[in-house]
Design a binder for this molecule. Structure first.
Ligand code: NAD
Length: 466
């Protein structure tokens, strides 16, 4: 979307940066609580002082309406950094092991230690929320951090790099910009942890690279998150929340409702409600300035446009596109069949396919025959229906009567399962991801009065005494 040109970090500089960070980490500089707190505060100020610049960058990269920039990226990022700031000291405290007659005298404790120099590789769709809170978790845990933001949001990634140099300690925290070559170079090194967020195809490359250097890897991936609709739902609310979750950021959300499963005889009622809500959302046109985000790139636009052109379903709403501005209008497609192109890949655009089924069991069987998604959604006023969906599916998260806001929910871990990812972040879970639980003991000499039988020579008398 953006015309900005992103200056990539020279490939030859990457090794130097890595070594500098390793050396500074080894000096212990990142460990004091005071140091971590200062860097976290700086991270918060970096965002707060420059809100307008970030809004402009998000508008340039993704055509983000100001309200979406604030609501989906800036405010939740600031909220998470602040909550990490207020809680992290408590998280760093070492924990005593539970009482045990055999071991308590050896003073067993779990020390919360940083993993080292960690690497965060982020996607384009939430250029702040998928970078800054993750950096906050890594800093709070006492690590040195390299962030590799997405190359296809050049304005935001360039801003992140220049502000990070101004606000943060570059001897321990660096933003490296680049594409495949730079990321491939980064992956040659051993990292304390690699956190990758993005698509599964690249996720596999990251996992293999991590295996080669024995760097632990967490993968935050995507997938097709289904929505189960019960005729006993609050139809207006359902339509509103579904559409919002699908259309925010033009559908480029990892937990966006990807497709709908609805009983055949309820499909038209749902379609009508969705159409009504769409008209209420956009009384003028969705393409009017400041109303809807745009697709991130021409290839992304072309991919979604082709899905719309090739579907065998019936387009009941939308289908309007404009390549020059990478605009795809809200599009609702009904009577979509399992083999349809809209069901073949994660849509990641503002297109909502509706797949009618003859029974809820048919819908469950379909979902369970495919990759575990990042989220499963159920819209119903009936507890038994919601329980049936939650209890009979597997997914990163399960939400009833709500869409897409759970990654920002305080206290909930965020992560996928199987093909939608492994590992959790958000708040304490992010801190834990970047923390090594180091078992330690400090055993007193007097214990040998009780434990000397362990030393050779092994004798029948010692055996008998056990
Ligand atoms: P992507 O995989 O194309 O890119 C993500 C990152 O990987 C970028 O920084 C990019 O530079 C890097 N990369 C790309 N190709 C690479 C290669 N060959 N080797 C090494 N690195 C490479 O992902 P995307 O298109 O930016 O993001 C969309 C996907 O991300 C969707 O599937 C979405 O569901 C998923 N996603 C998941 C989450 C989550 O938290 N689970 C959040 C947002 C997006």
């Amino acid at each position: 979307m953006s015309d900005s040109k992103l200056v990539y970090t020279p490939l030859d500089d990457i090794e130097k940066i890595y070594n500098e960070l390793k050396t500074t980490f080894a000096s212990g500089k990142s460990k004091p609580i005071r140091y971590r707190r200062y860097q976290l505060l700086q991270l918060a100020y970096m965002l707060k002082d420059n809100t307008k610049l970030f809004e402009d960058a998000l508008a340039a990269d993704l055509g983000r309406p100001e309200l979406e920039a604030r609501m989906l990226d800036i405010d939740p990022s600031l909220g998470e950094i602040k909550s990490t700031l207020s809680s992290f000291e408590k998280w760093t405290k070492q924990e005593k092991a539970p009482f045990s007659i055999n071991f308590t005298a050896m003073r067993p404790v779990i020390r919360k230690e940083p993993k080292g120099v960690v690497l965060i590789i982020s996607p384009f769709n939430y250029p702040l929320f998928l970078t800054l809170p993750l950096m906050a978790s890594a800093i709070a845990a006492g690590n040195a951090v390299v962030l590799k933001p997405a190359e296809n949001t050049p304005a935001t990634s360039a801003l992140l790099a220049s502000l990070a140099e101004k606000y943060l300690d570059t001897s321990l925290i660096r933003v490296i910009n680049g594409g495949v070559d730079e990321t491939t170079k980064l992956l040659e090194y051993t990292w304390g942890h690699i956190l990758y967020t993005g698509g599964g195809r690249v996720g596999k490359i990251i996992a293999v690279a991590g295996a080669k250097t024995l760097s632990p890897v967490s993968l935050e991936l995507g997938g097709k998150s289904p929505v189960f609709i019960d005729p006993k739902c609050d139809l207006k609310m359902t339509a509103k929340r579904l559409l919002w979750g699908k259309l925010a950021n033009a559908g480029q959300t990892c937990v966006a409702p990807d497709y709908i499963i609805v009983p055949q005889d309820f499909q038209d009622k749902l379609v009508k409600a969705l159409q009504d809500e769409c008209e209420e959302f956009y009384p003028n046109k969705a393409s009017a300035p400041g109303q809807m985000s745009r697709l991130v790139s021409t290839p992304a636009f072309t991919r979604i446009n082709n899905l719309i052109k090739n579907t065998k379903g019936t387009i009941v709403f939308g289908g309007d596109t404009d390549e020059a501005t990478k605009y795809i209008g809200p599009t609702i497609v009904k009577d979509v069949m399992p083999g349809d192109c809209l069901m073949s890949e994660e849509i990641f655009g503002p297109v909502l396919p509706i797949m009618p089924v003859s029974s809820i069991e048919e819908g469950l069987a379909y979902v369970n025959a495919h990759d575990h998604p990042l989220s499963v959604y159920a819209f119903s006023q009936d507890s038994a229906f919601k329980a049936k969906i939650f209890d009979n599916t597997q997914s990163g998260s399960a939400m009833a009567n709500e869409t897409i806001i759970h990654p920002a929910a305080y206290g909930l871990p965020f992560g996928g399962i199987g093909p939608s990812g492994s590992g959790y972040h958000s708040g304490k879970y992010g801190f834990d991801m970047f923390t090594h639980l180091r078992s330690s003991m400090d055993s007193p000499g007097w214990l040998d009065m009780l434990l000397s039988f362990r030393y050779p020579p092994y004798t029948p008398a010692k055996l008998k005494a056990m």
